[in-house]
Write a protein that binds this ligand. Structure first.
Ligand SMILES: C[S@@+](CC[C@H](N)C(=O)[O-])C[C@H]1O[C@@H](n2cnc3c(N)ncnc32)[C@H](O)[C@@H]1O
Length: 278
């Protein structure tokens, strides 16, 4: 069944509108008596192993990746298990994993649709497909695609996964500027790093305009930086003054707006349990 607009909106949460990242969804996997069986799809250098172990110390972690990419070549760790495959056919039996984690991988996947069907196959019923993917991020590390949140969710639902939740990651303007400075202009700026861990400037702006979010001094400074950058080309200050905000938007509306302009999308899908309707 393909994804309806109504179902898409239901997957946008209303509890809070803060930016998250892929690791957010590791923290939502409940602990159980059995060790978590987790596949990191597109594991790169294996950095998720440490984060997963914070939540699930006895995790059975397997890192899966293609034979060659700059991230695979940068791999040095030997304290976890890596498996190499052809990029589509996951070399594990049906229902082998409780969770498939995939952080910033699908924009690099040459054949996303068959791979999504493979993810469904190797998840146990009720198992989770969690992570993040690029929406508004310029070309990087041989990326092929940019998915809209509707597009990515549609591909996953068409592959037989159930959409549970979508949240905004770092915003697309900040991510574009980061790419320009670090990749295009090859500067050494470190100031973009922390925008992955806390609200990035466009996300702050959206929260401020739609929900009158209170900003602390550091956040106000980030926003001023964005406004001064934009004002070189656009009358940003005038636009902000002109803007008549709607009556206090709720968290779901703010999340929907942040998702529309997100650089990274963060997601949770489940393999449906037979007989259960959603
Ligand atoms: C931007 S890196 C992200 C690496 C890692 N997930 C992380 O968070 O650091 C993209 C990764 O996707 C991998 N990749 C590309 N095509 C793939 C495919 N078909 N299946 C699995 N991984 C793939 C690359 O080899 C690379 O490790």
């Amino acid at each position: 069944m393909s994804l309806s607009r109504k179902r898409l909106l239901q997957a946008i949460p209303s509890d809070h509108a803060r930016q998250v990242d892929a690791y957010h969804y590791l923290g939502r996997i409940p602990r159980s008596a059995q060790p978590l069986r987790l596949l990191d799809l597109g594991a790169g250098d294996g950095r998720s192993f440490d984060v997963v172990r914070l939540h699930h110390p006895d995790v059975e972690w397997i890192g899966l990746d293609i034979a060659d990419s700059s991230e695979v070549r940068s791999r040095t760790r030997t304290d976890c298990e890596f498996v190499t495959y052809d990029g589509v056919n996951i070399p594990f039996e049906d229902a082998r994993f409780d969770a498939v984690f995939s952080r910033q991988v699908f924009e690099h996947v040459r054949h996303p649709e068959p791979l999504l069907r493979e993810i469904r196959r190797v998840l146990r019923p009720g198992g989770r497909f969690i992570g993040s993917v690029s929406q508004l991020e310029p070309f990087h590390s041989n990326s092929y695609w940019n998915f809209t949140y509707f597009g990515f969710a549609t591909l996953a639902v068409d592959a037989g996964l159930e959409l549970v939740e979508l949240r905004p990651g770092i915003d697309g303007v900040t991510l574009t500027l980061r790419n320009l400075f670090l990749t295009g202009l090859r500067t050494r700026s470190r100031s973009f790093r922390h925008y992955f861990d806390r609200e990035s400037p466009l996300n702050l702006l959206i929260g401020k305009l739609m929900a009158s979010d209170r900003l602390d001094a550091a956040e106000a400074a980030e926003l001023a930086r964005l406004a001064s950058f934009l004002s070189d080309a656009f009358p940003a200050a005038d636009l902000l003054l002109d803007y008549a905000p709607p009556a206090q938007a709720g968290a779901r509306e703010v999340n929907a707006m942040k998702l529309r302009y997100a650089g990274h999308l963060c997601f949770e899908f489940h393999r449906p349990i037979e007989g259960e309707t959603t």
